[in-house]
Write a protein that binds this ligand. Structure first.
Ligand SMILES: Nc1ncnc2c1ncn2[C@@H]1O[C@H](COP(=O)(O)OP(=O)(O)O)[C@@H](O)[C@H]1O
Ligand SMILES: CC(=O)OP(=O)(O)O
Ligand SMILES: [Mg+2]
Length: 393
């Protein structure tokens, strides 16, 4: 009987999951799904490997994270046959400095990962909840933690250091970067599409969380997120980079304590905070509210600025890739970013862009431009198999 691998990508507002079956050396996706949701209407959506929707079920409004995970597991188990579940892989956003690759889950590892939760409060607790729920449902089945941070761990030291007292860096107060599983996926698939894939590449992962990464030879050299997943671009509800002087001012003048400030910066800011309308890009693009338009403008402006910064880190720009829900689907955002990147030689074909690509660049573009789906789950599946088989991935 072939081996099956279940993959979880548990985020702040959604749980993505996928099932892979081992066929010889290959891992083949046999189904994927997502539990998305507003409290009023939490839905389990699932798709066949060719993208055909196969399920759209409303879960009870009161379904908590545990109940949502249970629904995902039920779906996975009913779609495993003829494979048998061999291991479960999880996206864990923060692995700290100790993990340059995936790791088998052990009680000692869970302790280390729990201590990192304050650095990624929208993610790490959900990731660890998913591991605990699976340990309860499948005691004894190997589980593997696949880290967002691992892809960036080899960034040059100058890219990782903050200009703070040196002892703090020795304690681990460094830039880490996130979305590493998504960047690894792009690094893996790009060479088959793009002749300059091993050159100077910037990837924009634009989803609810958003970051950008500069790569050379398929390896991260710099990224927009830092010590926490709050840094860099503005996101659905996170502020992105702000002046630390502003944080001090807010603490003093608004009588906020650390928890209140954390709530403001992680949950009430970003596109939601700026627009007062929504953190969802679809809603902002459909809105005729001036503040919604301004939020979109700020998002685009900050991506364009970050692109210049990352091109500087890479020593130029050969390839630009858009990925994540916004990067893959929002042609208007891609068009606006590329218009602001014309100085770098970026030219896209408007028809290709509207059609979703994947190849977007015009014939006279100095920079290749692609829109590619994010697929963190395929990386989780591969890393999970490698760990249970005892191979480094
Ligand atoms: N067709 C679309 N047009 C614009 N934005 C879209 C579209 N489809 C999805 N998005 C946006 O993608 C974001 C979610 O991206 P995703 O990568 O799924 O997020 P997550 O970070 O939760 O994994 C949301 O802001 C959503 O509005
Ligand atoms: C790290 C991060 O922001 O992840 P996500 O985009 O899944 O929220
Ligand atoms: Mg995501």
């Amino acid at each position: 009987m072939s081996r099956g691998f279940a993959c979880f990508n548990a985020g702040s507002s959604s749980i993505k999951f996928a099932v892979y079956e081992e066929r010889g050396a290959d891992l083949v996706a046999t189904g994927r799904g997502e539990i998305d949701g507003g409290d009023a209407c939490t839905r389990l959506l699932a798709w066949a490997p060719d993208g055909t929707p196969v399920q759209d079920t409303a879960l009870p409004a009161h379904a908590d994270h545990g109940a949502q995970l249970g629904a995902a597991v039920e779906w996975i188990e009913s779609h495993l046959a003829p494979a048998r579940l061999a291991a479960i892989g999880h996206r864990v956003v923060h692995g700290g400095n100790a993990h340059a690759g995936p790791a088998l889950v052990t009680p000692a590892l869970l302790e280390v990962l729990a201590a990192l939760a304050p650095l990624a409060p929208l993610h790490q607790p959900h990731n660890l909840d998913a591991i605990a729920a699976m340990a309860h449902l499948h005691p004894g089945l190997p589980q593997v933690a696949c880290f967002d941070t691992a892809f960036h761990l080899a960034n040059p030291r100058v890219a990782r250091l903050y200009a703070l007292p040196r002892a703090l860096a020795d304690e681990g107060l460094l830039r880490y970067g996130f979305h590493g599983l998504s960047y690894r996926h792009i690094a893996d698939v790009l060479p088959a599409l793009e002749p300059r894939a091993r050159g100077r590449v910037v990837v924009a992962h634009l989803g609810s969380g958003a970051s950008m990464c500069a790569m050379i030879e398929g390896r991260s050299v710099a990224t927009s997120m830092g010590f926490s997943a709050l840094d860099g671009l503005p996101m659905a509800t996170r502020c992105g980079s702000i002046d630390p002087g502003l944080v001090l001012h807010l603490l003093r003048s608004k009588h906020l304590d650390a928890n209140g400030l954390e709530h403001m910066l992680y949950r009430d800011s970003g596109l939601l905070g700026l627009s007062g309308v929504s953190g969802d890009m679809r809603a902002l693009l459909a809105s005729d509210d001036a503040a919604a338009r301004e939020a979109v403008d700020v998002f685009v402006y900050r991506i364009a600025r970050e692109l210049g910064s990352l091109a500087a880190a890479a020593g130029g720009l050969d390839v630009l890739v858009f990925t994540g829900g916004i990067g893959e689907h929002a042609a208007e955002i891609r068009a606006c970013v590329c218009a602001q990147a014309a100085w770098l030689g970026v030219r896209i074909d408007p028809d290709e862009n509207l059609a979703g690509g994947p190849r977007l660049h015009a014939a006279d573009s100095a920079v290749a431009v692609w829109a590619l789906p994010a697929d963190e789950e395929s990386v989780i599946a591969r890393e999970t198999r490698a760990v249970v088989d005892g191979y480094p991935s």
